[in-house]
Design a protein around this ligand. Structure first.
Ligand code: SF4
Length: 145
């Protein structure tokens, strides 16, 4: 089973109420078992919602409100859902405070990106689940072969 960030499958679960149309990803995943997960929605955050970034280990909204609890709850519920399946790998959305596996926004809400890991992606990496992003589809395809 492949865990995939729901928004990469076109599901409109992003903070701004959109999803991504990625025919290339759909083609790679065709015929494979996929578990779409959006940890932010699972954590009870609304869609649309205030954009959040990681600041000193906390997940804070652009409005200054601390949403760390919702992000952690969402990650825990996503892991619980995963436990029902034999998950071999994850394809997660880069730069997200939940799903980013190599890069995240720097917490200044200025569009700057730094090395870092989102709350959900961190949990998967800690568990030893191989995590790829949509920015490394070559690596992902190699893993699947
Ligand atoms: Fe996409 Fe993950 Fe953000 Fe949900 S939490 S919108 S799946 S990047």
């Amino acid at each position: 089973m492949i865990v995939v960030s729901s928004c990469l499958l076109g599901i409109p679960c992003r903070y701004d109420g959109t999803g991504f149309r990625r025919p290339d990803i759909m083609e790679i995943l065709e015929g494979r078992d996929v578990l779409p997960l959006c940890p932010e929605q699972l954590g009870g955050l609304s869609t649309p919602r205030t954009p959040c970034e990681i600041v000193n280990g906390m997940v804070v909204g652009k409005d200054g409100i601390d949403h760390t609890g919702s992000f952690r709850r969402g990650a825990a519920l996503a892991l619980e859902e995963m436990s029902n399946f034999d998950v071999s790998v994850a394809l997660l959305k880069e730069k997200s405070p939940s799903c980013g596996s190599c890069l995240i926004y720097d917490g200044s809400f200025s569009g700057r990106v730094i090395k870092g890991t989102g709350v959900f992606a961190s949990s998967l990496i800690d568990m030893g689940v191989p995590v790829f992003s949509e920015e490394d589809l070559e690596g992902f395809i190699s893993f699947l072969m």
